[in-house]
Ligand binder design. Structure first.
Ligand SMILES: Cc1cc2nc3c(=O)[nH]c(=O)nc-3n(C[C@H](O)[C@H](O)[C@H](O)COP(=O)(O)OP(=O)(O)OC[C@H]3O[C@@H](n4cnc5c(N)ncnc54)[C@H](O)[C@@H]3O)c2cc1C
Length: 479
């Protein structure tokens, strides 16, 4: 079959952030593109992830701020008790979802991407099958395929969800009601963001974590200070080193807790609702991957840094995968970046991704962010590669803007190579940490060193001076 005989140059399966950016970029490059979507356009981020959760965090963050009488009185501001309408907060999130979903769909149509509704699968080499909701099946030929099917919430064995009293983030973003007492299973970024939302809106939270300490995925020093503000100062009780082994929906919801070490049942809790935030699993079932020789690893599709699908170290021709289904830094901007890189490679421009430059943020109040290496990984690499490691900490309490805002709890930890001065990673907790991390991410992407970065002039008074101070401290350690 010659290229012109294909129905499309490229078929993208899944219209989440990864699929969207890939399809748009490919169409702008002049390829004939189709995108297959079985549910709502926009995928997790737009419909059930970043967009609605950030809308809820924005609204509940305002409630928290206005209800923080002690904090406001330090400015000499006195407010009356805050009133809020849950339904309107929920509408704000839903309207934003609709708006962004519509814009995204229009963008794809405008650039000439054909949207095919239905469940896609690979139908042997260079063919994609699509079954629509009426059961009508069609087969399309294409030169290249990008799998961008994303992920879904993981619900551990023993937990039954009814979507009303026991639910995942898919339902939580709708904010259909406010339980008086909610247990959140998992203390990763999704669990923390919802704890932020629920406590701001007056709910009591019990956070249950299977690992020894809560917030296990964050830098330990950042966790220490973040925990004080985000957990200990709020209506949050924590239980770590325990598994929620059985959860039965109802009124009340029953939770059986088992000690992670002894494996003995230690407690039965009765709460009004449970949010299960125990991670996400790849959407790779039903894709008929075996027809082109793809085997998954725990459901994730293995790729190389060009997004080409790999099996047993061999490239599967004409098949690429991007986004959560690949299990690499499961974030919207990772998926989007991978989508663009896949298309560049399809177009013959060899491009690779560098995951060390991709920042991550948790949009609590205040925020947590990170980029590059963790301290532990950096220590190991420095031993292996024989260089001396530098670590400096810069504090928000020494920053004029943070002090003016009366929000000076915060820290930036900068990890760098003392021999070359190159920035290796950063971890931040504090006001607008999600914005501040970008400067460090850019420095890593540009392979810049702290001696040079320390000379760059930052606006005064801004939070960016927290980064400047860290660069200056680091530069002082370079021989
Ligand atoms: C509550 C929450 C908050 C989040 N907040 C953030 C955040 O603040 N910042 C951030 O960067 N990330 C955030 N994320 C993560 C982010 O949403 C995901 O990393 C991102 O959506 C992944 O994009 P994707 O394109 O890989 O997959 P998805 O967005 O999951 O999209 C995949 C699409 O493929 C479709 N699909 C699946 N199988 C098929 C098939 N066989 N045929 C056709 N279509 C199919 C699905 O219906 C879906 O629309 C959040 C996630 C959650 C759950």
């Amino acid at each position: 079959m010659t290229e012109s005989n294909f129905d499309f140059d490229l078929i993208v399966i899944g219209a989440g952030y990864g699929g969207f950016d890939a399809a748009k970029h490919a169409a702008e490059k002049g390829l004939r593109v189709a995108i297959v979507e079985t549910a709502e356009m926009g995928g997790t981020c737009v419909n059930r992830g970043c967009v609605p959760s950030k809308a809820l965090l924005a609204a509940s963050g305002k409630v928290r701020e206005i209800a923080n009488y002690d904090h406001l009185s330090k400015f000499g501001i006195h407010t009356s008790p805050v009133r809020f309408e849950r339904a309107k907060i929920s509408d704000h999130a839903n309207n934003l979802v609709l708006n962004i979903r519509e814009n995204l769909t229009k963008t794809l149509t405008r650039v000439g991407v054909q949207i095919i509704r239905g469940f896609g699968r690979i139908e042997q080499h260079q063919k994609v099958g699509v079954r629509d909701k009426n059961g009508i099946d069609q087969i399309f030929s294409c030169k290249d395929i990008i799998i961008a099917t994303g992920s879904s919430p993981f619900v551990p064995k023993g937990i039954s969800c009814d979507g009303r009293t026991v639910f995942t983030s898919d339902e939580a973003v709708k904010l259909e009601w406010l339980p008086r007492w909610i247990a959140i299973i998992g203390s990763g970024y999704i669990g923390l963001e919802f704890a932020d939302i629920y406590t701001a809106l007056g709910c009591e939270v019990t956070m249950i974590e299977a690992l020894e300490n809560i917030m296990p995925t964050f830098d330990p020093d950042i966790t220490k200070i973040a925990k004080k503000t985000l957990v200990q100062s709020r209506d949050i009780e924590t239980k770590s080193n325990v598994f929620a082994t059985k959860i039965t929906p109802g009124c009340p919801v029953n939770i059986e807790l088992t000690d992670a070490t002894t494996k003995k049942i230690i407690e039965n809790l009765e709460v009004d609702a449970v949010l299960v935030a125990t991670g996400r699993i790849p959407n790779s079932k039903g894709l008929n991957l075996g027809s082109v020789g793809i085997e998954t690893s725990r459901g994730f599709i293995t790729i190389n840094d060009q997004m080409r699908v790999i099996n047993d170290k061999k490239i599967i021709p004409n098949v690429y995968a991007v986004g959560d289904v690949t299990g690499k830094l499961m974030l919207a901007h990772t998926a989007a970046a991978q989508g663009v890189i896949a298309v560049e490679n399809i177009c013959g421009n060899s491009k690779e991704i560098n995951y060390k430059t991709i920042p991550a943020a948790t949009f609590t109040h205040p925020e947590i962010s990170s980029v590059g290496l963790s301290e532990n990984d950096a220590k190991e690499i420095s031993k292996k590669d024989n260089f001396s490691l530098g670590i400096v900490k810069s504090y928000f309490k020494a920053n004029s803007k943070a002090l003016a805002e009366l929000e000076s709890d915060g820290m930036l930890k900068l990890i760098f190579n003392k021999d070359s001065g190159k920035v290796l990673g950063a971890h931040i907790f504090g006001l607008h940490a999600a914005d501040l991390i970008q400067e460090v991410a850019n420095a890593i992407a540009r392979n810049q060193d702290v001696t040079q970065l320390a000379t760059e002039i930052h606006t005064h008074p801004t939070l960016s001076e927290v980064v400047e101070v860290a660069y200056k401290q680091a530069a002082a350690q370079i021989k």
